[in-house]
Design a protein around this ligand. Sequence first.
Ligand code: CAA
Length: 385
Amino acid sequence: MEFALNDTQEMIQQTARRFADQELLPVAAAIDKAGAFPEAQVRKLAALGFLGVAVEERFGGAGLDVLSYAIAMEEVSRGCASTGVIMSVNNSLVCDPIQRYGDDAQRKRWLGPLARGERLGCFALSEPGSGSDAAGMRTTALRDGDAYVVNGTKNWITNGKEADLCVLIVHTDPSERHKGISALVVDRRESPYGIGKVEDKLGIKGSSTTSLVFEDLRVPVANRLGEEGDGFKVAMSTLDGGRIGIAAQALGIARIAFEEALAYSREREAFGKKIGDFGAIREMLADMATEIDAARLLIWQAAVAKDEGQAYGKLSAMAKLYASEMSARVTHKALQIHGGYGYVKEYNAERHVRDARITEIYEGTSEIQRLVIARETQRELAAKA
Ligand code: CAA
C-alpha cells in the first residue's frame, strides 16, 4: 500500500482543511445550539465539488477517487460533524448507488443535480421495527402497471427533512426475505412522500433525522435501480462504501477533540505547572494521537481497496468499527482533560462526545460491524482451507 498522497489528494486535503478552518469551525457550536441545517455551508460544499466527490465528471461530479472522498470527509467533519454527515449521505448512500446500479438515463437525471447541490439525497432502509435486521423490513412496493405502489414507514433518515430525493429499499415481493427486496429512487417532485417525526437528538444536531411516510405512493418502475430482487445487495454494498465515510466522520470528530484538548493542556496550570506536563495527561494525549493515526490507516486501506476494485466490505467494517469506538474514547479523554470546563457548553468538548456517539450506531452498529468482520474472516479462512 502506498502511503503518500498524490497531488490531487493533497490539494483536496488542503482545500477541505481550509474550508473547515474558515467556514465550519467558527460556526459549528452555533449550528449545534440552533439545531439548524447548515444551508450556507452545504451550498459551499457543493461549490467545492464535495457533494459528488466520486461522481464521474461526465455526470457532473468531481470525478475523484474514494481516498479523496475519505480525506475530504475527515477534514469537513473536523470542522462540523453535522455538515460531515450531510455530505456523507449525499455522496455514499445516494450518488454511489445511482452511479453503480443506475442506467445512463437515471445517472444523467439525478447525479448532476445531486453533485451540484441543486438536489439533496437521503437513503431509506431502516424502519420502526427493523434496523440491524435490514431484511426484516415491512415497507412494500407492489407493481401496478408501469408504477410501484409504495406503503410503509422508514425511520432514522439522515437529511430526511431537506432531501427531495430518496434511495428507498422496499419489498417488491413480500413473500421472499432478502430476495424480494428492490431499490427505487423516489423523486419527491414526482412522488411526494410524507415527512414524519423529526427527531430531537443527542448530537449531530445540524443534520435532520426523520421518518418518511409512504401511503399508496406511485413510483415509476423506471426509477428502479438494477433488477427486481437486487435491492438487498444494492443496500448492503452501498453501506459497505458508506461506512468508509462514517469512519472518516468519526476520525474528524476525534481530531478536533484532540487538538482542542492538546491546546488546553498547554494553557491550563495546576500545582504550579501546565497540566500537559503531568504524566497522566501526557499518557492520555499519547493514546489519543496513536489511535487517531491507527483509524486513519484503516480508513485509507478500505478506501484504496474500493478504488482498486478489491473486496472492501470487511475493511470498511473494520475502519468504521475502530474509528467510531476510537472517537468515543478520544472525545471522552478530551472532555476529561478539560475537567469541569469539559462538561459545560462554554467549551466544545461535550459537543464532540455527543457528536461522536452516533458513529457507533448509524450505517450499522458496532455489533453489526463485528458480525460482518467475523463472517468474512471465517469465509476467507474456509476458502484457504
Ligand atoms: N454486498 C453485497 N451483497 C451482500 C452483502 C454485501 N456487503 N452482504 C450480504 N449480501 C448478500 C449475501 O450474499 C446474500 O445473498 P445470497 O442469498 O445471494 O447469497 C444476501 O445479501 C443476504 O445476506 P445475509 O444472509 O448475510 O443477510 P442477513 O439478513 O443475515 O443480514 C447483515 C446481514 C450484515 C446483518 C445486514 O442485515 C446488515 O448490514 N444490517 C445492518 C444494516 C445497517 O447498516 N443499517 C444502517 C441503515 S442506514 C443509516 O444508518 C441511515 C442514515 O441515514 C445514515
